[in-house]
Design a protein around this ligand. Sequence first.
Ligand code: EPU
Length: 304
Amino acid sequence: MLNPKTIHQLNEILGSDRLKKNVPLASHTTFGIGGPAQLFYKAKTSEELIKVIKAARELKIPYFILAGGSNILVANQGFTGLVIKVESQKIKIKGYKIIAEAGTLLAKVVKAAQEHSLSGLECCIGIPGTVGGAVAGNAGAKNQWISQCIKSVTILDKSGKIINLKKDNCQFCYRTSCFKDNPSKIILEAIFELKRENLKIIKEKTKQFLKARGNQPKEKSAGSIFKNPANDSAGRLIDAADLKGKRVEEAQISLQHANFIINLGKAKAKDVLALIKLVQNKVKEKFGVKLELEIKLIGFKKKK
Ligand code: EPU
């Protein structure tokens, strides 16, 4: 638990009307699961995001950056520390470039690109979450990634400086980057460089990417639970291990797509975790493949 003096100091910096206490996180995640954040702050601008990060670092408060909440599983005991919800949402279009702050919904950027007949972001159609989360996790579909149209990313580094990292310095790989789980590189905004294209062609491409998501469940989930292992698919392996439909209380492996765990209503984080372990064990036993989590676990004890 944080000591009251530290909380008081943070209150002084951020304002007691803005720093919330004991905020349930379930409604901030697409899984609809998770206990309270001891402290919770919505950063509505990049300036506020910089201010809160600097304060948390200075006061040595454990913090966690919450983006769209679409790729996380939060423990039911919640998070002891400060949850920073990124809601900076300015977006600018300059010629072939779109500059979007970290908290901008990815859907808004995809829409803006289409409205300006700009191509390159079609693979992001239907992906929930924000620019910051999507860039950190190099979101994508069908072997296309958001990083393919990134020009640069502006970050707050560990010494508190704002720097602009060119794409080649962002270490983009399958579902990861140098920003993923890295509190020393906080994404402030991303600059996308797109290509002018005929709107009909953009719409056709978008349709194809949407079609590729057609086998994904509509129930509450956190998207793909596991990363795809090299040259294979986690969904295919879990399906072949006969685990579709398997339930632990109200958490279930989707009957539609085996790499999704759905919340049937009142699933607890520990139920989801039990299914994760079951899948990992069965797939390892049957196919010798170790499935790695794509989602991030928040508030669990370290050894998990
Ligand atoms: N498959 C099965 N059974 C299943 C599910 C899939 O046999 O229950 C087979 C499919 O028939 C297909 C193969 O597995 O042959 C791949 O399945 P799919 O086309 O659904 O793609 P995926 O590899 O499971 C990836 C991304 C998705 C993205 C789709 C779109 C990962 C971990 N997942 O899924 O991303 O939307 O491609 O093409 O890379 C996410 O990351 O959260 C996510 C949803």
